[in-house]
Design a protein. Structure first.
Length: 86
């Protein structure tokens, strides 16, 4: 899935995550594959934990239990807030 973040960010994706270059600050950030999946959700789902869990659970085909999924979502949110993507 192709990550679309707007003109502020240059994005390079790989199987094991992505690297984001912030044109505003000049900083480069590496994010993990789960954070990439999270960013590919519709924007409204990114701010609704239940909807994000449901959509990510479907995308992952039930390969992850609910507790692990919630932990991964919390980690992705923290990572993305730290680099000002949320």
């Amino acid at each position: 899935m192709q990550l679309q973040l707007g003109s502020r960010w240059l994005v390079r994706e790989w199987e094991d995550g992505a690297v984001l270059y912030d044109r505003k600050t000049g900083d480069t950030h590496a994010i993990d594959p789960f954070a990439v999946e999270f960013l590919c959700l519709p924007e409204s789902a990114r701010y609704d934990a239940a909807q994000a869990s449901s959509m990510l659970g479907e995308r992952l085909g039930g390969a992850i239990d609910a507790d692990t999924l919630r932990t991964a979502i919390d980690a992705a949110l923290e990572q993305l807030r730290r680099i000002e993507l949320l």
